[in-house]
Design a protein around this ligand. Structure first.
Ligand SMILES: [Fe+2]
Length: 423
C-alpha cells in the first residue's frame, strides 16, 4: 500500500503545481510527480544457473528500468532494461470496461560466478527502487539439492499463500510449479492477485520454474510475464546431481508426439544421476480428470529415455504411483509418477487403487532432497503435516531393490487406464 508522506500544492499564475509526492510502500521508496509509481508485480527470479540469473518485474510507469547487482552486498553492476508495454481491459462490476497499462521488465544477469551470493535491486523509472534482495547461483561442484514442487494454485490465493509460506519455511534451492497459476490466463488482471501476490517473499530470492497449465490460456500473457527473455516454454535446468526438464503440454498447436520426443531427447542427453520431468497434464492419473496425456506411448518413451520422476498437476489431488517398470524386453528406468495438483485450487476426488503408493485429496506440496545417490521426498499438507515419505537410493544407476520390488508392470497400468477410458 502506498502511504503519502508529504504533499504540497502551490498556485502559480492561476494553475496548480503539484510537488513530488514521497511514498513509502512495502519494499519501495518512490518519488514521482502526481502519485506513487510502484513495482506492480515481482521481482521474480525466472531462473538461476551457475553463471546467470533471469528476472522479471512489472511497473505502472513508462520508461527504462535498471537492475543494480553484485556479489555479496555490492550493487556495483548495472543493467538497463526497456519494458514491454501491455494494455489490458478490466470489466467492472457495473460492466464498465476500463483499460489499464502495465510495463514488463525482463533481464538476464550474465557472467556471474558459480556458488556465490548476489544482491540486487530493481529500479526506475520515476526514481523508483525496490528493496535489496539476495539469491545464490548454482554451485559448480555440489552433490546436493533441495527443491519443492507444487501445482494448480489458481483460484484461491489464500490457500495458495499458505502453501507458499510452508515452502518458505524450508530452505529450498528452487521451486517447480506444474501449472495453472490463474483461473483464466487470458485475463491479464488475474495474474496479480492469484499468482504474484501469493508468491511474494519466496520468488525474489528463489527461482520458480513453471510448466505451463491449460488455464494459462493462449493469449500470450503467461509468456509475456513468466518466460524469460529469449527462453522457451519447455526448458531444462541442472543442479548438482539433478537434471530437471519442464515441458509445455498444453499450448495450442503443440503435437503430443513431438513434445514426448523433446522430453525424451532431453533426458537422454543428460548425464545427471537423477532425471526429473514436469508437465501439466498427467500421463497417469486415477481420479480428478483421469488424465492420460501421451497415452499409450508416454510410459514406454519416458522409461526408455531414463526418466526417474514425472511430476504433474491438472487433477487437484495428491497421488504417487508405485514405480512403473519398463516394458518387458526393453531397457529403461523405473519411473515414479506423481500428481501434485494441490496448490490451492478446489480439490478433486482421488481414486486410490493398488497402483498407488500414496493418494489423498488434500492441499500440499512435495519437498525433495537429493544428496548424491540418495533421494528423500516428503509430501507436506497445508497443515504442515508429512502425509507421504519416500527414501530411495541408486547404485550404478539402478534403484534399490526394495523399491523395485514394489514396481507395477507398465501394461497393467495401461490396461487399467484403457478400462477407465471406456467407462
Ligand atoms: Fe489444468
Amino acid at each position: 500500500m502506498c502511504i503519502e508522506k508529504s504533499r504540497k500544492s502551490r498556485r502559480v499564475l492561476g494553475s496548480v503545481l503539484t510537488l513530488p509526492v514521497v511514498c513509502l510502500t512495502a519494499g519501495l521508496v518512490v518519488a514521482v510527480a502526481g502519485g506513487c509509481a510502484k513495482v506492480t508485480k515481482g521481482p521474480v527470479l525466472l531462473g538461476v544457473s551457475e553463471d546467470g540469473a533471469s528476472l522479471m518485474w512489472e511497473t505502472d510507469v513508462v520508461g527504462p528500468g535498471e537492475v543494480l547487482y553484485g556479489q555479496g552486498d555490492s550493487l556495483s553492476e548495472k543493467v538497463i532494461t526497456q519494458p514491454l508495454r501491455v494494455e489490458y481491459e478490466i470489466v467492472k462490476k457495473d460492466a464498465a470496461v476500463k483499460t489499464r497499462t502495465a510495463f514488463i521488465h525482463k533481464v538476464r544477469l550474465e557472467n556471474l560466478e558459480p556458488g556465490r551470493a548476489y544482491s540486487y535491486r530493481v529500479a526506475g523509472p520515476a526514481q523508483m527502487q525496490s528493496r535489496i534482495y539476495k539469491f545464490h547461483t548454482v554451485p559448480a561442484d555440489t552433490d546436493e539439492v533441495t527443491f519443492a514442487v507444487y501445482g494448480d494454485s489458481r483460484s484461491r490465493p489464500g490457500t495458495h499463500r499458505k502453501i507458499v509460506e510452508l515452502m518458505m519455511s524450508k530452505k529450498v534451492d528452487f521451486v517447480v510449479h506444474t501449472g495453472d497459476l490463474v483461473s483464466s490466463g487470458d485475463r491479464y488482471e488475474q495474474f496479480g492477485p492469484q499468482f504474484f501476490e501469493p508468491v511474494k517473499g519466496l520468488v525474489e530470492t528463489v527461482p520458480m520454474y513453471i510448466a505451463k497449465g491449460n488455464h494459462e490460456g493462449n493469449s500470450g500473457n503467461f509468456e509475456k510475464l513468466l518466460i524469460g527473455e529469449g527462453d522457451k516454454n519447455s526448458f531444462g535446468l541442472d543442479y548438482g546431481p539433478l537434471h530437471y526438464f519442464c515441458a509445455d503440454n498444453v499450448s495450442k498447436g503443440l503435437k503430443t508426439e513431438e513434445q514426448l520426443k523433446l522430453i525424451a531427447a532431453d533426458a537422454r542427453s543428460s548425464k545427471a544421476q537423477w532425471r526429473f520431468v514436469s508437465y501439466h497434464i498427467p500421463s497417469v492419473n486415477f481420479g480428478g480428470h483421469w488424465s492420460k496425456w501421451g497415452y499409450p506411448d508416454a510410459l514406454r518413451t519416458l522409461a526408455e529415455a531414463g526418466v526417474d520422476f514425472v511430476l504433474t498437476g491438472h487433477s487437484h489431488q495428491y497421488e504417487r504411483f508405485r514405480p512403473v517398470a519398463p516394458a518387458p524386453g526393453t531397457e529403461g528406468s523405473y519411473v515414479t509418477y506423481i500428481t501434485c495438483g494441490g496448490g490451492g485450487a478446489p480439490l478433486y476426488d482421488v481414486k486410490p487403487c493398488l497402483y498407488h503408493a500414496s493418494a489423498k485429496k488434500v492441499h500440499h506440496f512435495c519437498l525433495f532432497h537429493i544428496r548424491g545417490n540418495k533421494l528423500t521426498m516428503d509430501t507436506i499438507d497445508i497443515d504442515g503435516k508429512i502425509i507421504d515419505h519416500l527414501e530411495i537410493t541408486k547404485t550404478d544407476g539402478r534403484l534399490n531393490k526394495q523399491y523395485l520390488w514394489t514396481a507395477v508392470p507398465m501394461e497393467e497400468i495401461r490396461r487399467y487406464q484403457e478400462l477407465k477410458r471406456k467407462r
